[in-house]
Design a protein around this ligand. Structure first.
Ligand code: FRU
Length: 498
């Protein structure tokens, strides 16, 4: 009776516009097995960690709009296997003087059954140039759900000469804690990564400049990560302001790595490689890695890019994460990326091809729910082309055997991304499609392309007429991420009523 009365009242209030109805997050572009926000906005992965044998992934989140990041919070999800995700309550709100302009990116270190969170508090300085300032802050959690900000924050105060200094990534080596921070210096014209150390996680000392732009590598380096892999140290970061060069650096901002040697006693990093792009598609930015309990180094990235208007914003959400990928280092100094093993547990039906008369007899597979894995093996000495799409929205992936190049073309303006790759013998492509995204892993994962696309209907997969493959298999992938939710911030207290 009380419920009926309440429902009636709500209906009346809604019809007179006294309260605003929320919006269902639409399913058409919402990923089935990639982590996305339940509603609202998502950007960078944060605080990637293992706590009580579960993976935790936080992310930059605006729960109030899917159109813009504005004042970001830390959204939160957890998973037993990096494939099945559960949404958790928002972990950090911008509710302090030092983070009122946004709880920016950061990391989580797990020690003694406690999550130690390091993040950047952003402040907007109205009427001042520069208009923002970053300070580093600290919070803890013992239950992995609720977080307490340290009363003595900020732990690293902003310095006027360094308004852009952010995205702390913290790890422990021996008895010492280390932190890398991304920074812009020389009046915001050059990017660099700074190294700090601490013995108590609270007071930090600047130790060295790990590496810096020589002028060609951009004005700001965001989201740095620094770790040992295969006998080398990897400095992974996202530089802004790198000019396009041939097929390279085609996106607004880049993500890539420099390999080198590092000496903990001098804090000196000696690069032994050039900057290399991590991915060659349109939509990878702001990576973060975790070293898990099995000793795997796993990377995840925001599968999006700043300053693009994605159609999903109209559906109540924006942004998703890439598949978590295990990293290894090849003998020739390339980061190899492999989708985490757990993904095979989400496999659904194997699809059988049928002849398509529309496409003059070519064999076609149809992913009705737009989610699947495609494996193609072919003779590496021949050209190959594959189409994936729905109606006018098509992505083509092609291999040019003479030039030794792979091209992904998602159509429209700026649709093409290309890089060099020559398979060692057999050509192998592993492709993941998920509602509005494609991830292509070439060979063992030495070259990847990650791009968004927006098919309306079921996704068709077919080889071009002239292409020959030795093996093509297509599997559906089941839903492992709860679909969106109800964007009902205006009357959430009523949302549990029948
Ligand atoms: C990278 C970034 C970070 C910052 C965050 C703000 O995409 O600009 O440097 O902490 O996003 O949302």
């Amino acid at each position: 009776m009380a419920d009926t009365f309440l429902k009636l009242t709500v209906t009346l209030l809604l019809s007179f516009g006294i309260i605003t109805e929320g919006q269902d997050v639409k399913d058409r572009y919402y990923p089935r097995y990639h982590l996305a926000p339940p509603y609202g906005w998502m950007n960078d992965p944060n605080g990637f960690s293992v706590f009580n044998n579960e993976y935790h992934l936080f992310y930059q989140h605006n729960p109030n709009s899917s159109f813009t990041s504005t004042v970001v919070h830390w959204g939160h999800a957890k998973s037993p296997d990096l494939v099945h995700w559960e949404h958790l309550p928002i972990a950090l709100y911008p509710d302090q003087w030092y983070d009122a302009g946004g709880v920016f990116s950061g990391s989580t270190l797990v020690e003694n059954d406690t999550m130690h969170v390091f993040y950047t508090g952003n402040i907007n300085l109205e009427g001042q140039t520069p208009s923002t300032a970053n300070k580093q802050a600290y919070a803890t959690s013992t239950d992995g759900v609720t977080f307490t900000k340290y009363a003595g924050n900020p732990i690293i105060p902003a310095e006027d000469r360094q308004p852009n200094i952010r995205d702390p990534k913290v790890w422990k080596h021996g008895d010492t804690y280390y932190m890398v921070l991304g920074n812009s210096y020389n009046n915001d014209t050059l990017g660099r990564v700074l190294l700090y150390s601490s013995t108590d996680k609270i007071s930090w000392k600047e130790e060295s400049i790990l590496d810096q732009s020589n002028g060609t590598m951009g004005y700001m380096w965001e989201c740095p990560d620094f770790f040992e892999l295969g006998g080398k140290f990897v400095l992974l970061f996202s530089p802004q302001g790198v000019a396009a060069e041939g097929d390279k650096y085609q996106n607004l901002y880049q993500t890539g790595y420099i390999l080198g040697d590092f000496d903990y006693s001098t804090h000196k990093f000696t690069p032994t490689s050039e900057f290399k792009e991590l991915d060659h598609g349109h939509d990878v930015y702001a990576t973060q890695t975790v070293l898990d309990n099995d000793g795997r180094r796993i990377v995840v990235a925001w599968m999006d890019m700043w300053e693009r208007n994605y159609p999903e914003s109209n559906d109540g959400f924006t942004g998703l994460m890439t598949l978590p990928r295990e990293l290894t280092l090849s003998s020739d100094g390339i980061l190899i990326q492999k989708p985490v093993e757990g993904i095979s547990r989400a496999k659904g039906r194997t699809l059988f091809p049928f002849k398509s008369y529309r496409h003059r007899q070519s064999r076609m597979y149809i992913l009705r729910n737009k989610a699947g894995e495609i494996n193609v093996h072919a003779d590496g000495s021949e050209d190959l082309k594959l189409y994936i799409g729905s109606g006018p929205v098509q992505v083509s992936i092609s291999y040019d055997a003479d030039k030794g190049q792979v091209t992904l073309d998602r159509g429209g303006t700026d649709g093409i991304r290309r890089t060099e790759w020559k398979p060692d013998g057999q050509l192998k492509w592993r492709i993941f499609v998920d509602a509005s995204s494609i991830e292509l892993f070439c060979g063992e994962g030495e070259v990847t392309f990650t791009s968004r696309f927006f098919p309306e209907g079921p996704v068709e997969v077919r080889l071009a007429q002239q292409s020959r493959a030795e093996h093509v298999s297509v599997h559906e992938i089941q839903r492992t991420v709860p679909h969106g939710g109800y964007y009902n911030k205006h009357w959430c207290f009523l949302c549990h009523i029948g």
